[in-house]
Design a protein around this ligand. Sequence first.
Ligand SMILES: *Cc1c(COP(=O)(O)O)cnc(C)c1O
Length: 352
Amino acid sequence: MNWKGVIHHYRKFLPVTEKTPVITLLEGNTPLVFSEDLTKAIGPKVYLKYEGLNPTGSFKDRGMTMAISKAIEKGSKMVMCASTGNTSASAAAYSAKSGCLKCVVLIPEGNIALGKLAQAMIHQAQVIAIKGNFDDALTLVKNITDHYPVELVNSINPFRIEGQKTAAFEICDVLQGAPEFHAIPVGNAGNITAYWKGYKEYNDIGRSKQLPKMLGFQAAGAAPIVLGHVVEKPETIATAIRIGNPASWKKAEAARDESGGLIDSVTDDEILDAYKRLASKTGVFVEPASAASVAGILKLSKQGYFKKHKDARIVCTVTGHGLKDPNIAIKNITEPVVLKADIKAVLHEIGL
Ligand SMILES: *Cc1c(COP(=O)(O)O)cnc(C)c1O
């Protein structure tokens, strides 16, 4: 297939016309990787929707191709976002591709993974660190974009959700229907909202015969939806979901309740275990936030949640690439041994 990006492929499901200038880096069409290891551990077939293989390394590109294309259609000259990292990387890259948009990014000072910051900077976004957390940054961006001719490209921009729902379409296209369960990390809760919308739209037109139960997972130190109240100082190593007051809170609850699913939390230790397990036993390297979905289904499995569903399929969205957060990876490996350049020493070391 000659893949031309999500707007081209799913045009009839998206609010675009022939007048919409399509700004694309050929995002989407990401692999659905079967995990033998997780299937063996859990029972139902486990698939990973490997969103780290999008152009800027996260699922944000699906929404950004829409948000940037629509901003240009409207005549905007500037876009702005608050970001834990991946939104800014994506906004910066798509703005660069457009050739005509200035991109301004507000990040929480000191809590952005290094790889993501490098991306926003190299794509020439104007990056401003705020002495505050993500939620503070988003409040500022909302205020500015409400009062000035600047387009907001956070996931409260409805075009972002429209683009992101295409991941659910791709899953149904590959599996020839929806899975029984869909597990997903929850931060600002745009993505769980988008998947649920996508699954419902495909179901409405008969492209799938069932709807999955949506299983959302927050980090224990940043679990406002699970706790039922705003978390003032969210803390987790999974910086992409370090959010204390999700913008799409109500929509995430609707996805949970309409689907008969749940939103639960996983600890940083559980996230790191899943992160290392994915890399070492399935060969898929993700950033810590992405591992929350896998940590979540491992936790549910221990509680017997999937006992009666051995024939079911679980799709886990793994949202971003492991290289986004090199510091966490480096903290979780041991340094290589150093030997002299001698064949005997090397053979001995590798047990031959
Ligand atoms: C943005 C992001 C999330 C959280 O998605 P929301 O739509 O904010 O819930 C999770 N993981 C990664 C890698 C992200 O970039």
